[in-house]
Design a protein around this ligand. Sequence first.
Ligand code: ZN
Ligand code: ZN
Length: 239
Amino acid sequence: MAELHCHTTASDGVVSPEELVEIAEHMGLDVLAVTDHDTMEGALRARDHSLATGARVEVIVGMEVTTRRQDHIVGLFLERAPRIFRSVPDTVDEIHAQGGLAVAAHPFLGLPSSISPDRLRDALRKCQFDGIEAENPYMRKGSRDRLTAFLRDHSEGVGAQVGASDAHFGDLAKAVTLFEGRGATDLRRALEKRTTIPAVGRVSHPKPSLRAHLQNQYRSLLRLPVMRAGTVWRQWREA
Ligand SMILES: [Zn+2]
Ligand SMILES: [Zn+2]
């Protein structure tokens, strides 16, 4: 069982990468993809922690990449941080070029960070996704209907269907990805064969405190923009 989307204090999450690994280990997850906004720092720390402590849970280094139009794309199995604020096809191509897999995050929610059916349809003319978050805690009837309709016509280009929590408070496994086997290699194979199964996790987490919510908001609204500005500056200098 895998959790494929979560955040740490490296972006706008409120638990450290190390704590997140401990939570995943305690919950008995097989695979944990750490996918902070626009940085791989948390994922690398999480992977180091799981290796150093001999944890059973295997950490995949990922990143939730912000594109030019603010759509969110999750890159998995990454070697280096993809550039941010680029088009969806360019982002997907950059993830693929380093051997990573690209997943459309929390699609069709009608929010700025959530890709719309039109934009995904446009992108699929130029690139292929490896997966789509078909189960996540934000899904409502409207977004589910849009997803069902979309998958009817475009199941080829979007790849495997996965479940993911987009956890910011250590509240892992609200939505999970089931796959045959156990570790990250088996998961990758299942994604490529499109045999993964999205599922809703029956877990109960303590309600995040007001303090945790404020930390999340502070990081999301104040710290992330500053971090992204630095990233864009470095990208510009390296271009
Ligand atoms: Zn997102
Ligand atoms: Zn996220």
